[in-house]
Design a binder for this molecule. Sequence first.
Ligand SMILES: Cc1cc2nc3c(=O)[nH]c(=O)nc-3n(C[C@H](O)[C@H](O)[C@H](O)COP(=O)(O)OP(=O)(O)OC[C@H]3O[C@@H](n4cnc5c(N)ncnc54)[C@H](O)[C@@H]3O)c2cc1C
Length: 363
Amino acid sequence: MKIVVVGGGIIGLFTAFYLKREGVDVVVVEQGEVGGWSRAAAGILEFTRFVINRINVRSYPRKYLSMMLRGDARIKTWDWRWISTYLKVWGKEPPQEMWEAIKALGDFSQRQYRALAEAKNDFDYSEEPLYEVGIDVEKALEEARRDPLSPRVESATCCGREALAYLDAAKLATDMFIERMMRELEGVQFVNKKAQEVAGREVWLEGGDVIQGDAVVVAAGYWARKLGIPVAPFKGYGFRTKAKAEKMFIEMSKGVAVVPLSRWTKVTGRFDLDGTEDHGPAQKVLERARQTLGDFEVVDMVVGYRPCTPDGFPVVDRIGNVTVVTGACRLGWTYGPALGKLAADLALGKGGLEVLSMARFRR
Ligand SMILES: Cc1cc2nc3c(=O)[nH]c(=O)nc-3n(C[C@H](O)[C@H](O)[C@H](O)COP(=O)(O)OP(=O)(O)OC[C@H]3O[C@@H](n4cnc5c(N)ncnc54)[C@H](O)[C@@H]3O)c2cc1C
């Protein structure tokens, strides 16, 4: 059996990983470097902290507007279908079964990362607290008590300030993990081309070539909007730096995450609704980070586009013959293993999770 996976980001790679385990002949079509836009991520795994993906809660538009007024976010890409779906789901709470699904996805993903690290920790995997600074800690503790995923949190200090310590977190080096995946995926064929169209079991590539499989999985981030999925590109920037930091933390008021790793410190930020190639605000991330960390050397930068659905929950579904997996938003690394497994199962004709299907946006 041959399955074509469009998109070699973290979820496409995990999809290929599980398909390969089932003995499938896998072809991954990736327009850029393997690991693609996912490489930009901070690499923080927050298995029970789904709250950061909840962009349709009532308070969010005001929060986003104040970020825009401060110059910490901007909107350049308007997708009217996404906006109308957003208005439809704004303020709506997900059903209990959605929380159960997310909890199971988090548990599965954590077990998978642990198993990979236990076999060989060549990607800086470490389970340690994530500190959130620049927030109202009392309020955050209260919110965590009401959170359906029951995250383990406590008050703490970080960087000389009051902080919320989130205890179910882990971290990894995204670049090193992608290299590990490439070793795991030995034997998988990678095609470095842009897919133009997906039709039935065929993928039409830029330049006119066509790849045919027994099934197709689209794991191409926000490109899935081509298939009618409401998913928008929330752009962010990831820098490998020589900054000095002892703990992994997020400076919430500045929207900057800092992750110390063995070879560099990852600094990431911005949440711009922007699918363009204009990367002007990238320097703002460094400006904001330097306000906390002081001056530091930058090694390189990668741009990423968080694929976000209007309710912040992922979509894993079948559209005709095509399996689509997208919409992990800020948590694609966290849930990558589980979403890849679900997509692989769906492509192999096994059942999916109704609650993650597109049907929720049609109701
Ligand atoms: C700055 C930043 C920090 C982040 N930090 C974290 C974090 O700490 N923890 C966490 O869990 N998540 C984090 N995220 C979110 C996470 O990176 C995303 O949720 C994740 O990358 C989504 O993975 P994906 O595989 O669905 O899509 P993508 O990462 O968008 O990958 C899609 C891939 O498909 C390719 N592609 C697209 N269209 C085509 C086409 N037509 N033909 C061929 N290939 C195509 C792209 O080149 C890309 O490589 C962060 C994101 C950003 C931007």
